[in-house]
Design a protein around this ligand. Sequence first.
Ligand SMILES: Nc1ncnc2c1ncn2[C@@H]1O[C@H](COP(=O)(O)OP(=O)(O)OP(=O)(O)O)[C@@H](O)[C@H]1O
Length: 598
Amino acid sequence: MATRNKSNVDEELTKQFNWHDYKRLAHYLKPYMTKIYLILIVIILANVAGMLGPYFTKITIDTIIPNKDYRQLWLIGGLFTASLFFIGWCLRYRIYHITELGQDVLKDMRLDIFQHLQRLSFSYFDNRPHGKILIRVVNYINTLSDLLSNGLVNLISDVFNVIITLIFMFAINARLTWYSLILIPVLVIMVWFIQDRQRKAYQILSNKQSNLNAYIHESISGIKVTQSFAREKENFRIFNEDNEAYRTSWMHAVKIQFLLWPGVQNIAVLTMSLIYFVGIRNIGVDVSTGTLIAFIGYINNFWNPVINIGNFYNSLITATAYLERIFETLDEKPEIEDQSQAKNLPQIQGHVTFDHVYFRYEPGKNILTDVNFHVDQGQSVALVGPTGAGKTTIINLLSRFYDVNEGDVKIDDHDVRDVTLSSLRKQMGVMLQDTFIFSGTIMDNIRYGKLDATDEEVVAAAKIVRADDFISELKDGYQTKVEERGSTLSAGQRQLVAFARVLLADPRILILDEATSSIDTKTEELLQSGLLALLKGRTSFIIAHRLSTIKNCDQIFYIDGGQIMEHGTHDELMHQHGLYYQLYQSQYEMLKLEPLEA
Ligand SMILES: Nc1ncnc2c1ncn2[C@@H]1O[C@H](COP(=O)(O)OP(=O)(O)OP(=O)(O)O)[C@@H](O)[C@H]1O
């Protein structure tokens, strides 16, 4: 199980610097190789055209002007102008297509990470704040944008630029060229010195960024609780701390990052001075005036891309901190996966068996201990018992959201671990405690579990569970837009929509966790008849704290401490005068009603 994390706790930095991450990043470029080759050709052509300028200057100074050859001068001027237009076109082509390439790669990465997240098990999401997951899909991937678009454009272009410039330089004067390269080792040592410090600084920065994001996410999700407890000041204080930590780590990271740029600049200036010095001393020996002027042009052509390559390397190191997190998420193995031999679960009838089931979320702490039961096809079962008893855990095992530690969970004699997850879950209708409404229309929300359902089928399902009454009264009826989490609907209305959603999917096994808790007595009465229609012919598991809603179930399990303490029908359990009886009595005492004799 993954390490638990909180918004104010830094994530662990487990990975060593790893070139393999770059290989994986390069792998994302593979589908776009044709585009890359075309861009490369354009870059080479532009670089060659760019080299012509200083060369034209050299010819003009050394030959054309002394010979007063004006025809040649016009020709050179024309060629120079044409080369500038050509370079302009190449630049536009390069920028557009490399930006597109970068965005294509980011889109692919986002798709991969989103698809992977959807496969990860509950335990992954149990163990980390959602804000920390969110930041990986959005922000961290975005940080690569510059690297993959501008960075990559410039890198490819700059490497060619350096090579082509060196060829021209060696062709003109080999001695001056060697002098131009004399300080390169200093540059390499400097990069070496900075890289690890910079990577660590950015890892810390990414952690602080992640903490901040998690806290913002948590604060927005819990804003109603915050305001109702008037806790804004305290939340502001916590946020301020995270914010300050983020700022400090940012400043530390850029301080290291900015060491490189001035360093490279200084080396470039020193080299330039050296060339002037050596060049001027050797004028007339093996250096002509034209050669020296052309050389100074080439030196700029040489150092500008070298500075850019240095900056690219700098961004690469920065991106490493983010890249590691992205690949870490992609490498996270879903704890619950289809086994290699998993078969599709055939159309089920709905028999359910728990055979000596033990389960724990964390090592050493059993949540379920030796749970055994059998439920026949079409039976309704209620799970009742004190809070934290293990009721939700039982139904989570049934849908294989977690795997049992010992024992078996079987549906129609198929062990849930031997069948594919999608074929299993498609035949189950689960309504969890937290009724989730997605942003969209009410129609979309009901259709969520059966995308090909017609409008008529949606309305029919809503009618059965009595959701149609309130939906029809809304201004836009089924087309009424609802926000994420259904904040514009009442809790009862949200549950009715979720009921319709489950009914429409027509599952063989139905799981309703606290499903009726938010519905008022009047709605509850309406719902009971709808619920009966919903349960008809399906095996159903209902977790309810209000016992009035489950009195008619075929079996009632009283769960406590992760074990089934009592089971039977309502009447049988009332006659036992045991735990269920006491719970039932206490509910009526609470309502100040006379206890009903079973
Ligand atoms: N994801 C989790 N990680 C660790 N422990 C968990 C997790 N979910 C639940 N638990 C623990 O497992 C125990 C059983 O929880 P469960 O949700 O099954 O209880 P329940 O009977 O459904 O309670 P309630 O009626 O309050 O919903 C509790 O002690 C709970 O703290």
